[in-house]
Each structure stands twice: as structure tokens, then as C-alpha cells.
Write a protein that binds this ligand. Structure first.
Ligand code: ATP
Ligand code: MG
Ligand code: FE
Length: 365
């Protein structure tokens, strides 16, 4: 069954073709990151308008890439939620129109189920059941996955998501958006041991996370470093006989790198420790990791180390499928459409999006 996947929940238009016999045939992505950069975050109205511009040309592009035509499509999977309503409506209405015009079923996919299953798109996917760590811009969850649609929440963040903590730390350090890759890049030049940040809930005994305290600790550290840099400058000015007027200043590059290094150590230690706790508590030996933070090299390094030490396996999506993409939606939709067979509905009359949608509401197809 050839399934067209459409992702438009936030600031990426992702389109893909997945064949249940042959696997992933083609995929394409347009990111709006540059468009929103000036605003310091995603502007919903601009996002929706850009999805409208991109979705059909990208669809044509993947069809050409795969050597197929619209008429070859046998099912459509679109992100129905959660996400920005206007953005979701673009993908959903295109899916509904194609479903009606081609006479094929269309299925609304949960965006997080897409992320969650993305590692299964790769070679040698793990068998069910396994533990999943989903760490994205909006979520940090540990789950026991027994089958498609059978997700038991083991742990969650009590406040910020891991990706959000990366983004906020990047902002405090004056790095760009999205923050994760920028923090990771500068952390590579950091010196271990210069700073120490807290590891909230590391030994809490449960599988929950808390990242907002860590973000506050970074803020305090940044302010301390700025004050001491300013005091040094004042001192130097006084000795050289200049008045004490200080230019607005930023941290020096090495200090930024050292803070980024310690921040990344703290987050990756927390994540890897709780993954191992989850494997122990569930008695499972397979772990999968997904979501944007799953692209972090240091996190992968740590997880590879601790899992192999305990004889467990760990699987990730390829880097480009950690963040939002159409392939994960095509895949999750294809798995469900295949299981539903004739039961899947043809979207033609009315359709809805689900800007808020709890993953726990999903059921096995
Ligand atoms: P959600 O899916 O929860 O609604 P989202 O779609 O915005 O959120 P993703 O696209 O999965 O989230 O991931 C984006 C997040 O991943 C951002 O917070 C970004 O900073 C973070 N991220 C991306 N690459 C890296 C990296 N190499 N290291 C750490 N964080 C990263
Ligand atoms: Mg995004
Ligand atoms: Fe996402």
C-alpha cells in the first residue's frame, strides 16, 4: 500500500511516500526556521500561509522523486494534532481534498506517535515491547511501547521539555534559534569541570524529569559571570584613569562554551540515567529514542555506552527524522491504514483538527 504522509503541525512542511512493501520511497521537507527567526519564535499565521505555499509543490516533488503519480497513492496520512490549528488545517484540508478526489482513505495521525515510531523506519528495527524516550521541543516522556497504539506513560517532565531547556539556554547565551544544535556546537569547545549545574530529580526514584530549575541555574550562572566580568572591566578602567561607564557586554566565547558544556552534561546525564531506570523497572532490554533532542551527539554517546554495558540495545532515527518530518507521519499512518484495511474512512465531508490531543487516547488499530 502506497501512503502519502503530510506533516504541517508547526513550522515544517514535510511530505513523504511510504510503501508498506518497499519502505520509504521519497521524502522532502521545507523548514520555516529562517522565516520565524526574526520574531524569536513561531508566528502561527505566517506558518499557516507558508504551509499553503509549500504543500503541493513538495507533494509533486516526492512523487517525481519516487517515479509515481497521484493516481498511484492508495492512502493518505496527515498530522491531525497536536499543533497549531491553522497549520494543522492546511495539511488536513489537502489530505481531505486528495482523499475525495482520488477515492482513497485518509487517516489523521498523532504527531507524537509519528515521532515515537520514527526509529522503526531504519534498518533492523527493534521488536515490541520496548522503552521509548521521546525528547522534543514540547515533550520529554518515557513510555512502555507494547504495540502500535499501546503506549503506557512511565514518566514525564513536571515543567519544561528537554528541547525547550536547550532553546532557553541558547537564548540566555545569546545563541540562535533553534537552540539545541547551537548549544551542542559550542559545547564541543567547552572545558569540563569549570562550572557545576544541578541534576534535578536524578535520584528521585521515579521516572519524571524537571528542567526548569536547570534553566534558572543557567540564568544565575550567566548573571554571575556577567557581574564578575563587569567588575574586572571597572577595575581596569579605574586603574587606567577612565570613567566607569560600561558598554553593554556579553560573555566571552570560552565562558559560553563552558556553560553550554555543563548544561549539556546535566541534561544528557538526567536523560540517560532515567532511561536505564525505565529499562530496569520494566524488565525490558530495548530502548528507542526520538524527537529533536534525540539528534544530540553527546546524548547518543552516553546512551550507547550505558546500554551496551547492561546488554541492552538502543535505536535512533537518522538525524533528519529526529525533528519534524513527513516520513514519520507516512510511516505511522501506513502501519495503521494497513491494520485497518477497509475500515479506514474516506475523508470527504467535514474534517477536524486536534490542536490538543493526549497520546494516551490512542488505541491499537
Ligand atoms: P513537539 O514535537 O513536542 O511538538 P517540536 O516538533 O518542536 O515539538 P522537534 O522538532 O522534535 O520538536 O525538536 C525540536 C527541538 O529539538 C528543539 O527544542 C531543538 O532545540 C531540539 N534539538 C534539535 N537538535 C538538537 C541537538 N542536536 N541537541 C539538542 N537539542 C536539539
Ligand atoms: Mg520545528
Ligand atoms: Fe515535533
Amino acid at each position: 500500500m502506497l501512503v502519502l504522509g503530510i506533516e504541517s503541525s508547526c513550522d515544517e512542511t514535510g511530505i513523504a511516500l511510504y510503501d508498506t512493501e518497499q519502505g520509504l520511497l521519497a521524502h522532502a521537507l521545507h523548514s520555516q526556521v529562517e522565516m520565524h527567526a526574526d520574531y524569536g519564535g513561531v508566528v502561527p499565521e505566517l506558518a499557516s500561509r507558508d504551509h499553503i505555499r509549500r504543500v503541493l509543490p513538495l507533494t509533486q516533488h516526492v512523487l517525481t522523486q519516487a517515479g509515481r503519480t497521484l493516481q498511484d497513492i492508495e492512502g493518505i496520512a496527515y498530522t491531525q494534532g497536536p499543533g497549531l490549528s491553522g497549520a494543522l488545517l492546511v495539511g488536513t484540508s489537502v489530505a481531505a481534498s486528495l482523499s475525495f478526489a482520488l477515492g482513497v482513505p485518509a487517516l489523521g495521525v498523532h504527531h507524537l506517535e509519528g515521532h515515537l515510531l520514527a526509529p522503526l523506519l531504519e534498518q533492523n528495527p527493534p521488536a515490541f515491547p520496548f522503552v521509548a524516550l521521546l525528547v522534543s521541543g514540547g515533550h520529554s516522556q518515557l513510555m512502555r511501547v507494547s504495540a502500535i497504539g499501546d503506549y503506557e506513560l512511565l514518566g514525564d517532565t513536571l515543567d519544561d521539555a528537554a528541547g525547550e531547556a536547550f532553546d532557553k539556554t541558547a537564548k540566555l547565551l545569546g545563541l540562535g534559534y533553534p537552540g539545541g544544535p547551537a548549544v551542542a556546537k559550542i559545547a564541543a569547545k567547552g572545558v569540563p569541570g569549570r562550572f557545576k549545574l544541578p541534576r534535578p530529580l536524578l535520584h528521585s526514584g521515579d521516572l519524571n524529569f524537571s528542567f526548569s530549575g536547570l534553566k534558572t541555574a543557567v540564568l544565575t550562572l550567566v548573571n554571575e559571570q556577567l557581574r564578575s566580568a563587569r567588575a574586572q572591566l571597572d577595575h581596569a578602567n579605574m586603574n587606567s584613569g577612565q570613567d566607569g561607564i560600561v558598554e553593554p557586554m556579553a560573555l566571552d566565547e570560552q565562558t559560553k562554551a563552558d556553560i553550554a558544556y555543563e548544561f549539556q552534561e546535566a541534561v544528557t546525564e538526567l536523560l540517560s540515567q532515567k532511561c536505564m531506570d525505565a529499562l530496569r523497572k520494566t524488565g525490558l532490554s530495548r530502548l528507542i529514542v526520538s524527537g529533536g533532542v534525540g539528534a544530540n551527539t553527546r546524548l547518543r554517546e552516553r546512551l550507547n555506552q550505558v546500554t551496551s554495558k547492561r546488554g541492552c540495545s538502543v535505536n535512533y532515527p537518522r538525524l533528519e527524522f529526529c525533528t519534524d518530518n513527513g516520513a514519520m507521519i507516512a510511516f505511522a499512518g501506513a502501519m495503521r491504514l494497513k491494520a485497518l484495511k477497509a475500515e479506514a474512512s474516506h475523508l470527504s465531508g467535514t474534517f477536524t483538527v486536534r490542536p490538543r490531543w493526549d497520546l494516551a487516547e490512542l488505541q491499537t488499530p
